[in-house]
Design a protein. Sequence first.
Length: 290
Amino acid sequence: MALRARQRCHAALTGLVALASAAVLSTATPAQAADTWTEVGSDRADPLTESQGLASVEVPANSPNRYTGIGTIPVSVSSRGWNHVGDPDASYDGYYIEPYQADSGTAKMFRVQAPDGTWAEYVHTLGSGEALNNSFAAVTPGGQWMVSGEWGTMTRLLVHPTPGVNPSTSPSANLPWTSSVRLDHAVRDVQGCDFLDATTLLCSSDDPAGTLFGMTKPLLRIDLSAEPGTSDVTGQVTALRQLPLRSSCSGDFETEGIDYDRRTGTLRVIVISPDFCVLTDSKTYRFTRS
């Protein structure tokens, strides 16, 4: 009797484990398998001029990729306190946008280059509870709206009319915070986002703890309920993979900006190496979707 009881118990436990495993696979595996990004190469990232962000520019045709770093900030900009530049983006019709922040104050700035080469600055006054950080700019495929991000552990992204593109914007007027992306899962230290399509963002997180998704420095996918605009939308967050952390030095890596080039299907992410290897083997990694 006791042996048969143990056998029945073991069989029941085995069945429960199988069911639990199937449940985990049914919820986790499809999300990962449906969006797998495979590393296909890398390029050295210059620590002065390619260490903060990057963007592919479609207009004018054959434009080179753009990068940001402390060495790309014009003196005329840094002398007015805008001493940090984040991850830039460009609209499909050629407006290139760099996000700036200062060490203190009550505003952020977006510096915009029009297709004709002229520059303009759009200042955003902080809203209630808004962090000073201005980590990135991500223009929607429709062009009229732009998503930006703060720093730290957040459950939202901010939405603005795209400066220079949306006709409601002007360098002489405050650039408003119009709506938010409400996330279903907290994210930490997001350094950059770019649109894969109208309702999908890919984001690079510099999360050093790994407690939110079971990994440090994750590549995140955010599926939106609608394209951002005047009303809040929701975002479902999935961690797709850990970004590469390879260097001749040991220590703390820093994940930086991200770019998706729809023309080639190439995703690029900057990862800065620890210690003095920041000078030698920091990389822009390239990925393709499979």
